[in-house]
Ligand binder design. Structure first.
Ligand SMILES: Cc1cc2nc3c(=O)[nH]c(=O)nc-3n(C[C@H](O)[C@H](O)[C@H](O)COP(=O)(O)O)c2cc1C
Length: 183
């Protein structure tokens, strides 16, 4: 019997609600993690060793030019892609159709495979208070960042979450959908 499809979760180099996102991952079954190069660095800066994440999850890192692990999407291994937290860089690339990192490649290929994506975007408000490694900082996303988030909301098969509650609600809705007839 083939293994049932899982969640592919893309982690990017964002510290914004990183711990809260990891808590959500912790509470979900069957999640594989896909890291950008920046994500691997930032996780370590926030004191989250990959070794610990590996105890519960398969982890794929961005070590290849062609994003080899993205091939799993073609084989039906994943029912949903979640990207969170998503940096302004990753959101901008997704909106522009650029796929030159493991996570932007996942987004592009999920779209081509008609696999729904949920993106928890960092830049949704003109002012955000975020946790940096040294403590809280207030940031002011640029108009281009807010515009990219707004544009991503119009993309097919894409749900953009603006906060942790929105991310939880989007995941719950997707899992409920999978447990009924829609896929
Ligand atoms: C400690 C730390 C925290 C960061 N947090 C954020 C963030 O919350 N949002 C963001 O857009 N970029 C953040 N960055 C910058 C990104 O990591 C950087 O733009 C990187 O190129 C993103 O690459 P990726 O989108 O491929 O993961 C952070 C960088 C560092 C060092």
């Amino acid at each position: 019997m083939p293994a049932p499809p899982r969640i592919a979760w893309g982690l990017t180099g964002s510290g914004h609600f990183l711990r809260e996102s990891l808590d959500i991952i912790d509470g979900l079954p069957d999640v594989d993690l896909f890291l950008t190069r920046a994500a691997a660095e930032v996780l370590s800066m926030y004191g989250v060793p990959l070794k610990v994440l590996r105890e519960k999850h398969r982890i794929y890192q961005d070590h290849t030019a062609s994003s080899v692990p993205v091939g799993f999407l073609y084989g039906g291994h994943y029912h949903t892609l979640i990207i969170g937290p998503a940096t302004s860089n990753t959101v901008a690339k997704c909106v522009a159709g650029i796929s030159d990192t493991l996570v932007t490649n996942l987004y592009a290929q999920a779209g081509k495979c008609r696999i729904p994506s949920i993106v928890f975007a960092c830049d949704c408000e003109p002012t955000v208070v975020t946790e940096a490694p040294g403590g809280s900082v207030t940031l002011y996303p640029r108009p281009i960042d807010l515009e990219n988030t707004a544009r991503l909301k119009t993309f097919p098969l894409t749900t953009v979450a603006e906060n942790i509650a929105g991310l939880q609600a989007a995941i719950a809705a997707r899992l409920a959908c999978l447990s009924t007839s829609c896929s």
